[in-house]
Design a protein around this ligand. Structure first.
Ligand SMILES: Nc1nc2c(ncn2[C@@H]2O[C@H](COP(=O)(O)OP(=O)(O)OP(=O)(O)O)[C@@H](O)[C@H]2O)c(=O)[nH]1
Length: 290
């Protein structure tokens, strides 16, 4: 069970070790803990809250309890309880939407479910091509249209096709950047309305993809998406590529949304279901070196 987040926290561990060293520790001083958590990019206010409750010398267990106390995100698993179950994937360009859709498709297929993709990011030709390549690799059908065509129509066709063919899950990609915020808002709202026309329960989950390497700018962009369309939860990508593992706490606290998965690499299997206790355990293992 443990160690699931080791790959995600590899670089963060290295950053922590620049502060605490590499030998195993029973206790750490609260000053060192403060410095290490800030080094891992945990939000300053959060670090201050945690540290204010600590004695001078702190055991791993004590610190685990304090961090979990402030890590106020529910462990929400996605339960596929309808057919088709429709996911709308939103987020800025480059956050990892396309790769994450491929990883989700791969995961659901491994669980024996059928999947269809919808290429509703019609704003960029490359996005349609990229998703088509993934569909081929994962071996799932894809509904697509020409660059510039109506993304709501692609959404409708994807859901209608899932219904007609008895497909379990539809994963729909969306554009991350239009000409401006109003355009983006109008397009996403239209996609949601049309999804409901295709199937009244859709979309079952609107998932916001956040680039874990981007720090506070990613959080501000995520807030814009949450504000204009709403989201049920997030997936944080590229945690393997950053020493900012502490940003997971900031994202959870600022957005107040469940974290469903963490992206830990560019391969199809590099997607880990999030669990806050395990995540904190792995982070503390990095801090106390064991
Ligand atoms: N290391 C690492 N790289 C990732 C992860 N997820 C995505 N990437 C990489 O990040 C880059 C951007 O990912 P895309 O999936 O193309 O991002 P996107 O949001 O769909 O971007 P557009 O297609 O430009 O809208 C690619 O090079 C991916 O391989 C991850 O969890 N870890």
């Amino acid at each position: 069970m443990f160690g699931l987040f080791k790959k995600a926290l590899n670089k963060t561990k290295e950053a922590l070790q620049t502060v605490v060293g590499t030998e195993k520790k029973e206790k750490l001083s609260k000053e060192i803990i403060e410095e290490a958590l800030l080094e891992a990019d945990m939000d300053y206010d959060l670090v201050e809250k945690i540290v204010s409750k600590l004695p001078d010398e702190v055991s791993k267990d004590k610190l685990r309890k304090e961090i979990l106390w402030y890590f106020d995100t529910p462990n929400n698993k996605i339960e596929i309880n309808d057919k088709p179950y429709v996911f709308l994937i939103i987020g800025v360009n480059g956050a990892g939407k396309t790769t994450t859709i491929a990883k989700l498709a791969h995961k659901f297929k491994k669980e024996g479910k059928s999947v269809i993709l919808g290429a509703a990011d019609t704003f960029r030709a490359a996005a349609i091509e990229q998703l088509s390549k993934w569909a081929e690799i994962v071996n799932v059908p894809i509904i697509k249209t020409k660059h510039g065509h109506d993304p709501a129509a692609v959404t409708y066709d994807t859901i209608a096709s899932a219904k007609a063919k008895g497909i379990d899950i539809a994963l729909i990609d969306t554009a991350g950047r239009l000409h401006n915020k109003i355009n983006l808002q109008n397009e996403l709202k239209k996609i949601v309305n049309v999804a409901k026309k295709a199937y009244e329960n859709a979309p079952h989950k609107v998932i916001l993809i956040i680039d874990g390497t981007q720090g506070s700018s990613a959080i501000n962009q995520a807030k814009v998406f949450k504000e204009i369309i709403g989201a049920d939860g997030v997936i944080i990508t590229k945690l393997d590529g950053t020493a900012k593992g502490g940003s997971v706490f900031t994202i959870a606290n600022e957005l107040r949304l469940p974290i469903y998965y963490i992206g830990v690499g560019e391969k199809l299997d590099d997607l880990v279901e999030f669990n806050k206790e395990e995540f904190v355990n792995d982070l503390l293992e990095g801090l106390y070196n064991g």
